[in-house]
Design a protein around this ligand. Structure first.
Ligand code: SF4
Ligand code: SF4
Length: 162
C-alpha cells in the first residue's frame, strides 16, 4: 500500500488493543493508564485533543510507529460484518485503492488472529456481548472456517514479522 502517512486514521481513533499491543508500547516507557481507555469492554487507544495519544500533531507522525498496535498496521484493511470478509476502508483512507489483492489476502488471517486475541484480552467478562460490540469501524466480524485455515498457512509468516 502506498500510505502517505496523512494521519487521518489517527484522528479520533477507536482502535482496539490486545495486551500484546499494550505491553509492546509499555516497553517504550509509556504507562497504559495514559494511552488506553476501556470502551465497550475493550482496551482502546485513548485520544488526546481529538487525536490518538501517540499522534504528534506537529509532525503528523506516530510517536510509536515502529511499535504501533497491529490494528494500525493492518488499516485500512478491516472486516465487514455484512460481507463476512475483509474489506478496504475506502471511505476513510484516501490511499485505500493502492492496497493490492495480495495484501488483502495475507492480512485477512492476521486480522482474524488479532480479533480473537482482542476478544480474549478484553477486561470485561461477557464475551458474547464483547463480540457483538467489537468495534464496527475497525473489526466488524470474527472470521470463520476459511480464515482459520488461512491462519495456519500464515502462522510462520506472522511469527517472522512479529
Ligand atoms: S492508512 Fe490511509 S488514512 Fe491512514 S495515514 Fe495512511 S493514507 Fe492516511
Ligand atoms: S498508535 Fe500511532 S498509528 Fe495508531 S492511531 Fe495512534 S498515532 Fe496512529
Amino acid at each position: 500500500m502506498d500510505c502517505d502517512r496523512c494521519g487521518k486514521c489517527c484522528i479520533e481513533t477507536s482502535m482496539q488493543l490486545s495486551l500484546n499491543d499494550i505491553r509492546r508500547l509499555e516497553k517504550l516507557g509509556y504507562d497504559r493508564g495514559d494511552f488506553t481507555i476501556i470502551k465497550d469492554g475493550f482496551y482502546t487507544l485513548k485520544n488526546r485533543k481529538g487525536a490518538c495519544y501517540f499522534f504528534d500533531t506537529k509532525s503528523r507522525c506516530c510517536k510509536a510507529y515502529a511499535k504501533r498496535p497491529l490494528g494500525c498496521r493492518y488499516y485500512p484493511i478491516v472486516y465487514s460484518l455484512d460481507k463476512n470478509q475483509p474489506i478496504i476502508d475506502e471511505e476513510e483512507c484516501h490511499k485505500a485503492s493502492t492496497i493490492t489483492e495480495h495484501e488483502l489476502k495475507t492480512t485477512a488471517p492476521k486480522l482474524a488472529r488479532l480479533i480473537r486475541r482482542i476478544i480474549k484480552d478484553s477486561p470485561k467478562k461477557d464475551k458474547q456481548q464483547r463480540r457483538r460490540r467489537l468495534n464496527s469501524q475497525n473489526y466488524q466480524d470474527v472470521p470463520k472456517k476459511q480464515s482459520e485455515r488461512d491462519l495456519v498457512i500464515q502462522r510462520s509468516k506472522i511469527a517472522e514479522e512479529y
